[in-house]
Design a protein around this ligand. Sequence first.
Ligand SMILES: NC(=O)c1ccc[n+]([C@@H]2O[C@H](COP(=O)([O-])OP(=O)(O)OC[C@H]3O[C@@H](n4cnc5c(N)ncnc54)[C@H](OP(=O)(O)O)[C@@H]3O)[C@@H](O)[C@H]2O)c1
Length: 266
Amino acid sequence: MIKVFIAGATGWAGSELSKGVVQNKEMELVGGISRKHKGENLADVLNLGNFDIPIFENIETALAKTDFDVLVDYTRPEIGKKNIISTIKKGKAVVVGTSGLTNEDYAEIEKLALENNTSVLAVGNFAITVVLLQKFSEMAAKYIPNYEIIDYAHEDKIDSPSGTARELAHRLSQIKKPTVHVSDDELIGEKESRGANLEGVHVHSVRLPGHVISIESIFGLKDEKLTIRHDSGSSAEPYVKGALLAIEKVRTFKGLKRGLDTVMDF
Ligand SMILES: NC(=O)c1ccc[n+]([C@@H]2O[C@H](COP(=O)([O-])OP(=O)(O)OC[C@H]3O[C@@H](n4cnc5c(N)ncnc54)[C@H](OP(=O)(O)O)[C@@H]3O)[C@@H](O)[C@H]2O)c1
């Protein structure tokens, strides 16, 4: 049995995962974090059945009062980083679902994970269809050195670019950085109009009502173009299966891995 603890267990993504963990025969949900529901039983809050799953206010109390094997963080980047670091320092494994952590954050997390002989699996998007988008985009980047990324989301998404877009930019830049046709210094007009420059990849974030979560990688060659697009639905269900797989696999290595495909058989 893997003892799982979820920071953000009452949130949109965390509550769906809590249900998935409770239904998984190889896992036990031993606790969660939520400020609004601290002191309550997560099983009652989420209607999970006859279980006793304590909710804590913060990671310090949780680490002092519970014993778990894997922390899943589904909170916000600033609080997530703190949760991850506190947990690694106790030698426990972490699955990161929270988006918005930077490459610098991950460099620090990797170093700490190795020093504490534990592991962190960070996945910008647990949906299998997004893993496929990443893979197809990586294939395209091998042949087409001109590409940009657009990430679309609802108007109140606070992290920008999205975790999925960050991870994709990082991956594609490792395959082949996009060719620079006009450098940012040569631009006439507002440089921001070209989007964020992440490791040489231009990433544009659209935040509008009526949008859920979508991502496009756009490739261009002379007289031809290729668009690879993923659209999420409105529920958090597509993320559950991938998150359960991440929980299962996170302790099979030491250090940091980024992306679900790193623990999948492709
Ligand atoms: N990797 C993926 O596939 C994937 C999928 C979906 C979402 N995400 C990411 O996961 C994160 C959570 O998304 P969401 O939509 O589930 O958000 P959400 O509905 O707002 O839930 C956030 C959760 O974190 C808790 N929380 C927030 N601030 C906290 C704090 N300071 N201390 C303790 N607990 C805190 C909230 O509980 P209280 O407010 O009661 O504290 C709540 O349980 C985001 O970064 C999102 O982009 C990733």
